[in-house]
Design a protein. Structure first.
Ligand code: HEM
Length: 182
């Protein structure tokens, strides 16, 4: 897909809750600095081997703290999906999220590609009926999952760099979600 033309289609985007606008596609893109990029690349190369563990923990804790996300995930599946199959789906999704983080980190020098990748992912999530307000839940969960693996090097700068990466990823995902009709 080429450039996605996103107008401010707020009335067509499930983007309001109790009269609060959850996301404005016209808001400025979050900033991810060169220093953030350097820290992320460094940390990611250390973490990659543990990618599987980190991803699974992220999802388990996300469902523990936000049961409604669990329900959203479940409703995408056929009603008769067994618990075992469901756990396998979750594990697979966790790995897919990690794969997306990997793709974004390797595309930090090619922002246009990163934007396109995330916007298209957002459009697909809209088609999976994921609510826009769930998207931002992933970043904090992810950060608290990687921290214990990196406690010996972790600084406030690391925390900020990861927050900024997820802000950027989620911004473009939500922008993609808002670019198609409900
Ligand atoms: C930063 C946030 C997220 C990322 C990077 C991400 C990434 C992905 C990826 C790569 C896929 C594989 C299919 C595809 O590429 O279209 C996927 C599928 C899916 N995601 Fe996410 N996701 C995120 C957040 C969420 C959240 C919060 C939910 C909450 C319910 C969710 C629900 C789903 C569902 C239902 C599918 C389809 C499941 C399947 O194919 O088995 N995702 N996601």
């Amino acid at each position: 897909m080429g450039n996605i033309h996103v107008k401010d289609r707020r009335r067509k985007c499930s983007n309001h809750q109790n009269n609060i606008t959850l996301f404005r596609p016209t808001d400025q893109e979050p900033i991810l600095s060169d220093t953030d990029g350097r820290l992320l690349t460094e940390v990611w190369s250390r973490l990659k081997d543990d990618i599987h563990k980190v991803g699974v923990i992220t999802f388990v804790s996300l469902f523990e703290t936000h049961p409604e996300v669990h329900d959203a995930f479940m409703s995408f599946r056929a009603i008769n999906t067994s618990e075992l199959e469901y756990n396998a789906i979750l594990r697979q999704h966790a790995l897919r999220v990690m794969g997306t983080v990997d793709k974004c980190i390797t595309r930090l020098d090619n922002r246009e590609k990163l934007r396109e990748l995330m916007a298209e992912l957002g459009i697909r999530h809209k088609n999976y009926s994921v609510k826009i307000e769930f998207i931002d839940l992933m970043g904090p969960q992810f950060i608290s999952s990687i921290k214990p693996h990196l406690h010996h090097i972790w600084t406030e700068e690391h925390e900020r760099a990861w927050e900024n990466l997820f802000r950027l990823m989620c911004y473009h995902m939500k922008k993609g979600m808002c670019s198609i009709q409900d």
